[in-house]
Design a protein around this ligand. Structure first.
Ligand code: CDP
Ligand code: MG
Length: 746
């Protein structure tokens, strides 16, 4: 029974129908879940893949492409593929022909929506054009926002190169924890979240003459908030120009939102793409993707002057690295029976140095195979791709306000995304897109559009940010799509619990400080608590490590024992993952972040360096908001753990009778300790824990877990955790004796 059949049936009583529909949805979820190999379970070493030509995937074409026309077009465009100078490339972009018209339109209208296919030159060219025409900005700066930091950095580098300068001079970038600008900077590429932070300091954007909100169709949380803020700002600043740019037609709704402003469409030039569906559903999309890569690579000849590179859409860094390792291994085994395949990973945490490498053409006689997250969907254009392999999945954030459960899960991407992805194969010449799902799945199982992030996100940071931007009436803010009111109210309550708002809903001094920190308010709160109790430096280090825990520990296949032993040196059972991370950081620091030391200890030195940079940035920010530094050394566990608890108290869980599972205090969800946690190996699990995040895969797992004493919850968050409620959950009689006795580490 299909969904539409179910939805259109009217013969039953609504109750029975509802149950049936729910059942249907659960079944679907079950199916989808079982098809998804969760990235957090894919380990470089346990992912074993053997390429076997006899297991080739069978394809069906959607048959829409006229192959004869395709061949003709290809011949016509062969000349296009010759190597070009930067200037020639710029002139060959579709936007170039419309430069004058575009500039006229910008002058004539305060707000303009620009639509153009990915690769038409919107992001790299428009700010540059505007800068050269001083009538528009009148000497003020141009800011262009990107939903993703990699895109902001990479595009800024490209534009600087086009200007013949190094990045950070006339053209710079700013992303969280990283910045390259100078007093001369006139074009600033930044993340949408960062522009919101600029707004806190400069509510009228007085330094800017033009703001370009790029990739607006992605509808990230920050982009949505920016749109709401800009709607007001343009009324106060009649001289401020705004461009909203989007790769898709859904831009219509932006126009309605922004006083019916005009649309400027750049006619694209793309080639036909033949879409291939897998005949059977694939149970493991990763191995299906690997098989397809080899299948295509072996079957397609490498032409010396016209690249036929492969672009594969996967869901995340770990998965991409696992795929890369597997491809490299298979390539080694196949030896010179196949032409060389150059693997280039692309994901948001990729170090800036490696990013530009993705755009370099493959060496002669080899094929480039880019393994990317949905970053390459619209944010970055890579020339030379003629084959796209689409797993049909992406990682998506979602948040269940009732449970307090925020998860990053692999979900089927939308049909709009799948079409964008396929389009990447036809930028320079006709191409092919291999979809690792059936045509039926495409039509029936993929959602039409992704839900805007604001509808499925934890709004805690956003609520705090809006408050600090002076938006008091959140419910009536200019949202393009308003988030659920309950989730706004929940966030306000929690902000009150964190001491960020007073009982009238106004921002407190404490709240103002937290809003200046570009991190989760819960973590920010932990830092402030740590500053008061003399251990801010330690807590900052732990927080800096939190972003790196996914790929920190290496476990090469042939050295698992040694790797596990090395890891044990850092492990603290009593202090859980947080204290273990502090141990890693402190020892890395002692080694002066030595690459060799990291290698000997089976640690990813890239992760350690990133953590160090984040720590340095955080310390600078703390200086700015006048939070006192303090250090207690790594041995004072209790002070550090209590400071962390003072922030992460909403994420508390208690061990259940079975001795394995936990129940969260908010939302009463049954959860488990993630296998990657140092606590997962313990036979005797700690009774009470706090965690940093919940991930849902085969079960709901807590990731980054630390044992606590239940009394701390009452002591540190009396608004949130009531003594009698905690006592009822089975704490010993000690409870409620006042703060004097609590916090003694047993
Ligand atoms: O924003 P839109 O998708 O319209 O295009 P763009 O990002 O401005 O890219 C236009 C062209 O610039 C691409 O097709 C690439 O040829 C080139 N580009 C590059 O070589 N390196 C980058 N980092 C970014 C763009
Ligand atoms: Mg762009």
């Amino acid at each position: 029974q299909s969904k539409s059949e179910l939805l259109t049936r009217t013969d039953k009583d609504p109750k029975a129908y509802k149950t049936e529909y729910q059942q249907w949805e659960d079944d679907q979820m079950g199916k989808i879940k079982s098809q998804v190999k969760q990235p957090d379970r894919v380990q470089q070493d346990d992912y074993e893949y053997v390429f076997d030509e006899t297991q080739a995937i069978k394809w069906v074409s959607d048959g829409k492409v006229d192959m004869e026309k395709q061949r003709l077009q290809q011949m016509l465009d062969e000349s296009e593929m010759k190597a070009k100078t930067i200037e020639e490339t710029r002139k060959s972009l579709p936007v170039y022909k419309y430069k004058d018209q575009l500039l006229e339109a910008i002058k004539a209208h305060q707000v303009l929506i620009v639509i153009g296919e990915t690769g038409s030159g919107k992001t790299t060219q428009i700010p540059h054009y505007v800068l050269l025409d001083d009538e528009i900005t009148k000497g003020l700066k141009v800011a262009c926002t990107q939903p993703r930091r990699v895109a902001a950095i990479s595009v800024a580098q490209r534009v600087a190169e086009e200007m013949g300068e190094r990045v950070g001079k006339t053209c710079g970038y700013m992303v969280r924890f990283e910045e390259k600008t100078s007093p001369d900077t006139k074009i600033l590429y930044c993340t949408d979240g960062l522009l919101l932070r600029i707004l806190i300091q400069d509510p009228e954007l007085s330094e800017y003459g033009l703001i370009m909100i790029d990739e607006a169709h992605e509808r990230t949380l920050s982009t949505d908030i920016l749109m709401g803020m800009l709607k007001e700002i343009i009324l106060i600043r009649p001289d401020l120009k705004v461009i909203i740019s989007s790769a898709t037609i859904t831009a219509q709704s932006f126009s309605q939102f922004l006083y019916n402003c005009p649309l400027f469409s750049i006619p694209g030039r793309s080639y036909p793409v033949e879409v291939m569906y897998s005949r059977e559903p694939e149970s493991n999309y990763l191995s299906a993707a690997l098989t397809t890569i080899w299948q295509v690579h072996i079957a397609t000849e490498i032409h010396p002057s016209s690249p036929s590179d492969i672009l594969v859409f996967l869901t995340g860094e770990e998965e991409i690295l696992a795929a890369q390792a597997s491809l490299e291994e298979t390539a080694k085994k196949l030896g010179n029976r196949v032409p060389p395949l150059e693997i280039r990973p692309l994901y948001s945490a990729l170090p800036s140095e490696d990013q530009q490498r993705i755009f370099l053409p493959a060496s002669v006689g080899t094929r480039k195979c880019i393994l990317s997250t949905n970053l390459a969907e619209t944010s970055l254009t890579i020339d030379g791709v003629t084959v796209v392999i689409d797993t049909g999945y992406e990682k998506q954030n979602s948040y269940d306000g009732k449970m307090g459960l925020s998860t990053l899960t692999v979900v089927p991407c939308s049909r709009a995304s799948a079409n964008q992805r396929a389009g990447r194969a036809g930028r320079n010449r006709p191409g092919r897109a291999y979809r690792l799902f059936t045509r039926f799945a495409f039509n029936n199982e993929l959602p039409e559009q992704a839900t805007p992030e604001i509808m499925r996100q934890n709004l805690l940071s956003t609520t705090l940010l809006l408050k600090s931007l002076g938006v008091h009436d959140l419910i009536n803010f200019n949202f393009m799509d308003p988030p659920p009111t309950t989730s706004l109210i929940k966030s306000l309550e929690l902000l009150y619990g964190l001491g960020c708002l007073d009982s009238t809903g106004a921002l407190t001094r404490h709240g103002r400080k937290l809003s200046e920190l570009p991190i989760d308010p819960l973590l920010g709160k932990a830092i402030l608590a740590a500053s008061d109790s003399g251990c801010s430096e330690e807590v900052v280090k732990i927080i800096a490590m939190l972003g790196e825990t996914h790929a920190l520990f290496l476990r090469p296949k042939d050295k698992r024992m040694e790797a596990d032993n090395a890891r044990r040196i850092f492990t603290s059972n009593e202090g859980g993952d947080f204290m273990s991370q502090l141990n890693v950081y402190s020892q890395a620091e002692e080694s002066d972040f030595d690459v060799l030391w990291a290698k000997q200890n089976f640690l990813q030195s890239r992760s350690l360096n990133r953590a160090r940079d984040v720590r340095d940035q955080l310390e600078k920010l703390l200086d700015r908001i006048e939070v006192e530094h303090s250090s207690c050394g790594i041995s004072d566990h209790v002070a550090i753990r209590k400071a962390l608890t003072a922030g992460l108290f909403p994420n508390a869980a208690r061990l259940q009778r079975d001795g394995q599972s936990y129940r969260t205090l908010t939302g009463s969800l049954t959860v488990f300790i993630h296998p990657s946690s140092v606590l997962s190996q313990l036979a005797q699990k700690p009774k009470w824990v706090i965690y940093y995040e919940l991930v849902a895969s085969s079960k709901e797992y807590m990731r980054n877990v630390m044992p606590i004493e239940p009394e701390w919850l009452v002591e540190l968050a009396p608004h949130y955790h009531k003594a009698d409620a905690i006592a009822k959950l089975g704490v010993d009689k000690k409870m409620g004796k006042g703060p004097g006795k609590v916090g003694i580490d047993r």
